[in-house]
Ligand binder design. Sequence first.
Ligand SMILES: [Zn+2]
Length: 427
Amino acid sequence: MTRTRSSSEIRDASRREVVRALVVGGTATRTDLARSTGLSAATVSNLVSELREAGLIADAGTDNAGTGRPTTVLRIDGEGGSFLGIDVAETYIRAVVFNAALTEIGAADVDVDEAWSSVDRVADALLSAVDQALDRGGRDRDEILGVGLGLPGIVTREPWGAASPHGWASHIRELEERVRPHLPTPVVTANPLQAVGHSEIWFGTARGRSSAVVVNLGTGVGAGIIVEGRVLRGATSTAGEWGHTVLELDGRTCRCGRSGCVEAYVGVPGIRHTLEEVDAEHDLLRLHQRDFVHGLRDAVDDPAVVETLARTARYLGIALSDIVAVLNPEVLTLTGWTAWALGHALLPDTRAALAERAPELTAARLDLGVSPVRVNSVATGMAVLAFENHLDSRALARRTRPRTAPIVSVNPLPPPPLPQTPQPIAG
Ligand SMILES: [Zn+2]
């Protein structure tokens, strides 16, 4: 069912456009902003006043280049507040503090064990990463205007207990319950696919594009799907689980419990499986995931590695051709730590397989490459989501009230309902 957007939703979207234009462009006059966002001059003026009052926009001098009177050049006031982006991945947790211009000012990584043997340990690691990042960024908790918490597996806005083929749900619920009281507020949660979509819209290859797909390659794989300039969430906020679409009928067992999934071929454990098929005794098979991937990157003259990468590129290209056939995107971008390490080695064969498989014309104008957003696209995307949440009318109104106003937590997720039956993690 479709519904029309309310006037406050339209205003919130316009406010995000103005802020995004300034964050990405650095400086702009009101006229520049009206031109780049397509908003009316009056709307831009109005929003700029409001954002200035909220401490997010400051003057950056005057522009005398025009024939008329000098106009004020605007910029984001980096000191107007800070945001925290947290990437909870399956092998590490990274917390990054950004200033209001979304420039990284402090970051910390903590490794976690792949089996998630204890939620308490992961929670402690997460809170320790947050403390270290705040410390390195020189920010106190009360300077944080919002936290974006990216959680692996499937995060929904539905009550907990909504089906998750990963079996992650019970872990995620426990983890979130453990850490939420200890994080600055408000906290916004999303899955990494939505985060990478947002980071690519703000800073990467999807800027100004109507349709794009951002493929996140790591232990797990998935796709952030951008349609008409917006990240697709889906009915239960789980859009983009392309990693669990079928690449080979009755193929390899996936950790989701089904067989033949894309992830079982192009996720890191899948690439390891391919190397095992090529050379079961290979030295790289003794390494943990990150070292394994870096070992592949550095062993370009090793015939077994060459064969493994060629097969992986072919799997990837064929799997991507399905996305391209369905969505016909302008841009298809590979991101995530595996893509940064192996993307350029995979691209030629991936491109060839995609061109061979994608239905005629669907890939004719496709721009396929590796994302320029390198620091951490999930943490960046989560900070963007926290910022966008802060820019909503209610949050902004709260911010512009006198400093004595009580701090109220905004929680976009409903409270957790009764526990669901935990599901074992396959593989
Ligand atoms: Zn699967």
